[in-house]
Design a protein around this ligand. Structure first.
Ligand code: ATP
Length: 365
């Protein structure tokens, strides 16, 4: 492998960043293992770019520590950190060729011309850019420009790649292709990737781990499968998954004080109406009368939106069910029975939104 970086882990300890009274990152501790592909995922303004920039050395922490490869780097200049940053805006030099753009970090380091030309060619080959080496950035597509920015990062052979929404300027098709290329690149380089996005599809398809952020804090860290299957909070449950997890008020699905979540693919729509449960003191679990309010035929699947009859004095919830496109779908306005299989229910504390431990739920704690 021509481009095997020195692998390094990243450890963040109680990291905080405030800007004029705004706490962008709030007491975050996170370990990113060697060769991990860690995604920092969250909505706009949750602090993910600020966290990434502190790893790269582009922001100074207000408090806490950043360690790379076991060394505290708070006071180490970005250039000395062995980190390469790739941004959404490619930040290429428009008047330089692709070759010169890729070589540039090596030129700054004083690497001799033949050697840097050779390294640039190897990086270009890795990213399928060989035939474009003589072109200027203005003669490339957005996807090709982003690959040049990646190649320029690769030649630095950093221990850690920091990427801030690098695909958001690309159209949907190119984003899909580049996602696959980044996964392949990560496997080839054996480096640590830290990747910021608000796009849960990028997080689920590329990350070996995902840290879900909300208001400057990390809500959950896990593999994409873990955060999808066992979300630690209502926030995570509803941020990951399209459509998001249904989260219903206490008492609608089962007796108990918790909010109850269920993924759309786990809701069953029975086209025979159930007896209305409104006003009933004994709400029958997994058997809820509802009225279909919207049916979305998406080709490969059908989304059925249904308003639950049982208001229980609260806002009447709409549940979304995901059906196989081959199954007969109900019509708008049709009365149906929604079933919520017990093994697919998630319970959350109504006050904190945090997941209720399964054993606590069993004993009614
Ligand atoms: P986005 O996806 O929109 O880029 P983000 O999750 O990356 O959002 P950050 O850019 O880290 O969020 O910003 C987190 C918070 O810190 C926001 O409230 C933002 O307004 C604030 N912030 C970021 N940089 C600065 C700055 N230089 N000065 C003042 N406030 C800032």
């Amino acid at each position: 492998m021509a481009y095997c970086a020195d692998v390094a882990d990243v450890r963040l300890t109680s990291l905080t960043k405030s800007f004029d009274g705004v706490t962008a990152v709030d007491d975050v501790s996170l370990h990113i293992a060697d060769h991990d592909f860690m995604i920092l995922l969250g909505p706009s303004g949750c602090g993910k770019s600020t966290l990434l920039r502190m790893i790269a050395g582009l922001e100074d922490p207000t408090a806490g520590d950043v360690e790379i490869g076991g060394t505290r780097v708070n006071d180490v200049e970005p250039k000395q950190r062995d980190v390469a940053m790739v941004f959404q805006s490619y930040a290429l030099y428009p008047h330089k060729t692709v070759q010169a753009n890729i070589e540039f970090p090596l030129k700054v380091r004083g690497v001799a011309k033949p050697e840097r030309a050779e390294q640039a060619r190897a990086a270009a080959a890795t990213l399928g850019l060989t035939e474009y080496l003589g072109r200027k950035p203005g003669q490339l597509s957005g996807g090709q420009r982003q690959r040049v920015a990646l190649a320029r990062a690769i030649v630095r052979r950093p221990a850690v790649f920091c990427m801030d929404e690098p695909l958001s300027n690309l159209d949907a098709k190119l984003r899909g292709e580049t996602r696959a290329e980044l996964v392949a690149l990560h496997a080839r380089l054996a480096s640590t990737f830290v990747y910021v996005t608000h796009d849960q599809v990028e997080a689920m398809t590329m990350g070996s781990h995902v840290a879900v952020m909300n208001r400057g804090r990390i809500e959950q860290v896990g593999t994409p499968q873990e955060v999808y299957a066992r979300p630690a909070s209502v926030f995570v449950a509803q941020f990951i998954g399209t459509p998001p997890m249904n989260v219903l008020p206490a008492g609608v699905v089962e007796v108990g004080p918790w909010l109850v979540g269920i993924r759309p693919e786990h809701v069953t729509v029975d086209r025979s109406p159930a007896a209305p449960t409104e006003g009933s003191s004994s709400v029958e679990p997994s058997d809820t009368a509802a009225t279909v309010t919207l049916v979305e035929h998406l080709g490969h699947e059908t989304l059925v939106h249904a308003r639950v009859d049982s208001g229980l004095g609260q806002e009447v919830p709409v549940v979304v069910a995901r059906l196989d496109a081959r199954d007969p779908a109900p019509a708008m306005g049709e009365r149906v029975t929604l079933r919520f299989p017990a093994e697919h229910l998630h319970r959350f504390h109504a006050d904190t939104g945090r997941r209720v431990d399964e054993r606590a739920a069993e004993v009614g704690a």
